[in-house]
Write a protein that binds this ligand. Structure first.
Ligand SMILES: [Zn+2]
Length: 310
C-alpha cells in the first residue's frame, strides 16, 4: 500500500465537516458520498497533499523517493517526511512539487515503514512495505591480533560531515554513470563473517570497480566537490579520497585513489575526470570504491543508474 489518497480525503472531510466529533467509518463514507454528489456547495479545498512513492515495490538497499505536491506552497516551509525517529527534508524539484529521499540499508529489517508527511499545515500518514533482499556473504579470516587499519579522528570527522550534507540545490540530472570502466568486483551490500563471527554492523557500503592503477575515475553525476582528503593528511583508511555533493541529500565518495584531479569547491559535470584508481588506504589491491549516500546512509547505486530519480 503506497498511495493512501482515500484516507487522506477522509481525514480532511473529518477535519472540515465534523470537527470535534468521533466519526466512525460509516459516517465518513456518508460524507464522501455527499461530497461526490454536491462538491460545489460544500466548497471543500482540493486534495492538497498528494504523495507519490517510488519505487512501488522497494527492497532493502533501495532509495525511497517521496514526491509531495502542495496546493498552497507559500503557506509555510518545505514539507518533511518522518519515519520512526528520523525526519527527512523535502526539497523543491518543480513548482509546488517537493521530494524527500529516504534511505534503506541491509542493516534494517524488512517490513512496513510508517511515513508521516507534513506540509501545507496538513499531515498525511502512509505505509510502505520494504521487502527483504539476500545480500552475498563473504568469509574473512584474519590472523590473530591483526585487526586492520584504524581510521584517524580527522578522517572520521571530515567524512561524517561530508555525508551529512543536505544542500537544497539539485546539481545532478538524469541517470548516474559508472565512475570507472573496470568490471564490478564487489557489489553493494555484501555482508561478512570475520573468523566465523557474523559482523552485525558491516555491509559493503558501495560498489567496487576493478580498474587498473591509474585508470580514470569520473563523476557519475554533476555536483560540487565537497571533500578532498589525502593519506598525507591522515586519511589512513579511505586513502586519497574525493567526495561529490550532488545536492538534496545525495553524495558520492571515491576511495583509494592514486591521483586526485579536483579541489574542494569545484563544480563537476557528469563524466568529468576527478582522479585515478589506486590502492591507497585500507585496500589490498588496486580498485575504485564508489559509495553513494542518501541523507547519510549508504544505498545501492544501481537504481540511480536507471534514471528513476531525475
Ligand atoms: Zn569497496
Amino acid at each position: 500500500m503506497i498511495d493512501d489518497r482515500t484516507s487522506n480525503l477522509n481525514n480532511k472531510l473529518i477535519g472540515f465537516c465534523v470537527k470535534g466529533l468521533t466519526a466512525n467509518y460509516r459516517t465518513v463514507n456518508l460524507l464522501v458520498g455527499m461530497f461526490v454528489a454536491v462538491p460545489v456547495t460544500l466548497a471543500l479545498p482540493v486534495d492538497a497533499l498528494q504523495v507519490k512513492v517510488i519505487p512501488t515495490n522497494p527492497k532493502l538497499g533501495d532509495t525511497l523517493s517521496i514526491e509531495i505536491n502542495l496546493d498552497n506552497p507559500e503557506s509555510g516551509g518545505n514539507p518533511t517526511v518522518a519515519v520512526g525517529q528520523k525526519t527527512y527534508p523535502a526539497f523543491a524539484i518543480a513548482p509546488s512539487k517537493y521530494r524527500a529521499f529516504v534511505p534503506t540499508t541491509p542493516l534494517e529489517t524488512a517490513g512496513t515503514r510508517k511515513f508521516r508527511i507534513s506540509g501545507d499545515g496538513q499531515v498525511q500518514n502512509l505505509a510502505v512495505k520494504v521487502s527483504d533482499r539476500k545480500f552475498p556473504v563473504q568469509r574473512i579470516n584474519l590472523p590473530p591480533g591483526k585487526a586492520g587499519l584504524q581510521a584517524t579522528k580527522l578522517e572520521l570527522q571530515r567524512v561524517a560531515a561530508f555525508k551529512a550534507l543536505q544542500t537544497p540545490q539539485k546539481y545532478w540530472s538524469g541517470s548516474f554513470l559508472k565512475p570507472n570502466a573496470g568490471r564490478i568486483s564487489t557489489t553493494y551490500g555484501v555482508r561478512r563473517y570475520y573468523n566465523g563471527k557474523f559482523a552485525n554492523d558491516y555491509y559493503h557500503r558501495g560498489v567496487d570497480y576493478a580498474g587498473a592503477t591509474g585508470s580514470p575515475v569520473t563523476a557519475p553525476a554533476a555536483g560540487r566537490i565537497a571533500l578532498v582528503g589525502r593519506v598525507s593528511q591522515g586519511f589512513r583508511v579511505h586513502g586519497n579520497v574525493v567526495g561529490i555533493d550532488h545536492g538534496q541529500g545525495v553524495t558520492s565518495i571515491f576511495m583509494h585513489l592514486s591521483r586526485i584531479n579536483v579541489k574542494e569547491g569545484d563544480l563537476v559535470k557528469a563524466g568529468q575526470l576527478i582522479g585515478a584508481v589506486g590502492s591507497t588506504g585500507a585496500s589490498t589491491g588496486p580498485h575504485l570504491h564508489w559509495g553513494l549516500y542518501v541523507n547519510g546512509q549508504s544505498v545501492d547505486p544501481t537504481p540511480w543508474r536507471t534514471n528513476i530519480f531525475n
